[in-house]
Design a protein around this ligand. Structure first.
Ligand SMILES: O=C1CCCN[C@@H]1CCCn1cnc2ccccc2c1=O
Length: 485
């Protein structure tokens, strides 16, 4: 089970499937598109949740839990919201041997579950803003190729659903949450993302506008949506009659947002940092940041070595560093090195007779393999600096790789060439939906069509007279295009 059969740059799909299993994050399950999340994955999810939940509590979000099930007529309430998604809805039709009178849907998202009750709870402006978040699972019976974390029929997420008296408040919160998603990816997962706005065609059909953080996987040349923050406008307020009496006693319709990130974020991190020895974990999300391994020698004092290892673990834990000791007798040090490398642990500390004699420890970095001998007295400070260095190095390296894939283009020929070179395309666009549809049609193929990923908020200069790469009409914006997950 040790070692990888596939190389990341040779067979990315097989490499990924192997890494998630060998690192003990995932166990495959006998229903296609469903996976068992093992502790090495759940501990990462919990570290992300700890950060995000604390941040939204500062924004006064309240925790809720709504039912998993939703009735057919409520789910169908919003036609254009649901029509494109209908095939993905999973239905409960029986209990035991008997049929249910009416089929019940399993939530694919919770707008229609929640909003009838928002309508009941909101009467006056004093009931606003309403800020609801739930951590839960959702089910979407997708048919395109299932991939652990990236595309599964059931996944974990948080879904925030907020209600405001004014559009200004909603607009502000959309961007506050989007910034938290950027922090999840860049500060914790060390994955560079671009903040931007989805096109009219790619946005959430039930909403007013969609913002997102977009990542990119250089190995496959595909963009991937990291998280979304929608302004729903007053569309759902109309549908579910969510109104309030304002200060002047007038009845007004509310403004709403909804936003989510999911366990897909873990898959993006794996794809970004993993290598041919397995997982590479950013320290901020590593369940174990430092693994300490005793290196006994034939007639050396194994008790003293083990004692030194235990005190190293103790000092690190006292300093708030997630350190553990691997003192298993039935595995060799070499075997342990490979296993913890497979699991992506950022730092390994080896303590053998020589280290003991010199009152030092040997520290090995997982990200670049460098080894360094540190005086035991400086252990905590050196480990802290090394962990910060790894975190920064992983983000910087991923940024450079992603930026090297960005291809600014101006013509259709340059666009198709860049697409075939697995680039993240930056193109001047006239921002017309018909053109986006046309590009999709013209790039259809077994690798999937090209689409807009987002229109980045950070816009490069657009010289007047620049024309759209696809329609020749005057370009109004630079947008990211490419194939996607
Ligand atoms: O993204 C978010 C953020 C969290 C709350 N929901 C919004 C929008 C979800 C869009 N969506 C996505 N897949 C679906 C699948 C089946 C039925 C409905 C849907 C559906 O409404």
């Amino acid at each position: 089970k040790l070692g990888m059969a596939y190389k990341k740059d040779d067979n990315f799909g097989e490499w990924y499937s192997e890494v998630v299993v060998n690192s003990e994050m995932i166990e495959y399950y006998d229903i296609s598109g469903c996976y068992i999340l093992r502790p090495w994955a759940m501990e990462i999810w919990e570290l992300l949740k700890e950060f995000f939940d604390a941040e939204i509590k500062k924004l006064k979000l309240k925790p809720y839990y709504f039912p998993l099930f939703v009735t057919e007529n409520v789910l169908q309430k919003e036609k254009d919201h649901i029509e494109g998604f209908a095939p993905e809805v999973a239905w409960v039709t029986k209990s035991g041997k008997s049929d249910l009178e009416a089929p019940i849907a399993i939530r694919p998202t919770s707008e229609t579950v929640m909003y009838p009750y928002f309508s009941k709870w909101i009467r006056s402006h004093r009931d606003l803003p309403l800020k609801c978040n739930q951590w839960c699972n959702v089910v979407r019976w997708e048919f395109s190729n299932p991939t652990p974390f990236i595309r599964s029929r059931e996944f974990l997420w948080q879904e925030g659903h907020t209600v405001f008296a004014t559009k200004e408040e909603a607009d502000e919160e959309v961007l506050q949450i989007l910034e938290l998603y950027r922090r999840i990816y860049e500060e914790f997962l060390a994955v560079p993302v671009s903040k931007g706005r989805k096109s009219e065609m790619e946005k959430f059909a039930g909403g007013l506008y969609t913002t997102s953080v977009e990542a990119f996987i250089p190995n496959t040349g595909r963009g991937i949506q990291g998280a979304t923050s929608h302004c729903l406008g007053q569309n759902f307020a109309k549908m579910f009659d969510i109104t309030f009496e304002n200060e002047k006693g007038e009845r007004s319709m509310v403004w709403q947002n909804s936003w989510a990130y999911t366990t897909r974020s873990i898959g993006v991190m794996i794809m970004t940092h993993g290598d041919d020895k397995g997982l590479v974990l950013p320290p901020k999300v590593a369940p174990i940041q430092v693994i300490v391994i005793p290196v006994p020698f034939k007639d050396a004092d194994t008790t003293a070595i083990k004692g030194a290892c235990e005190s190293a673990v103790y000092s690190l834990n006292q300093a708030g560093i997630r350190a553990d000791l691997d003192a298993r007798e039935n595995y060799s040090p070499g075997w342990k090195y490979s296993q913890w490398e497979m699991k992506g642990v950022p730092l390994r500390i080896e303590i053998g007779p020589k280290d003991l004699a010199n009152k030092q420890v040997r520290i090995v970095r997982r990200d670049n393999g460098t080894k360094v001998d540190i005086p035991s007295a400086d252990l905590v400070e050196q480990v802290r600096m090394l962990l910060d260095g790894i975190q920064a190095n992983l983000l910087e390296t991923a940024k450079q790789k992603r930026d090297a894939c960005i291809a600014p283009i101006n013509t259709w020929d340059e666009f198709t060439a860049a697409l075939n070179e697995k680039k993240l395309i930056l193109a001047p666009w006239c921002d017309e939906e018909e053109v986006e549809k046309d590009v999709k049609a013209r790039t259809k193929g077994d690798l999937g069509a090209a689409k807009t990923l987002c229109t980045p908020f950070d816009q490069p200069d657009l010289p007047s007279g620049t024309v759209c790469f696809a329609s020749g009409k005057p370009a109004t914006t630079w947008s990211f295009w490419g194939r996607s997950y």
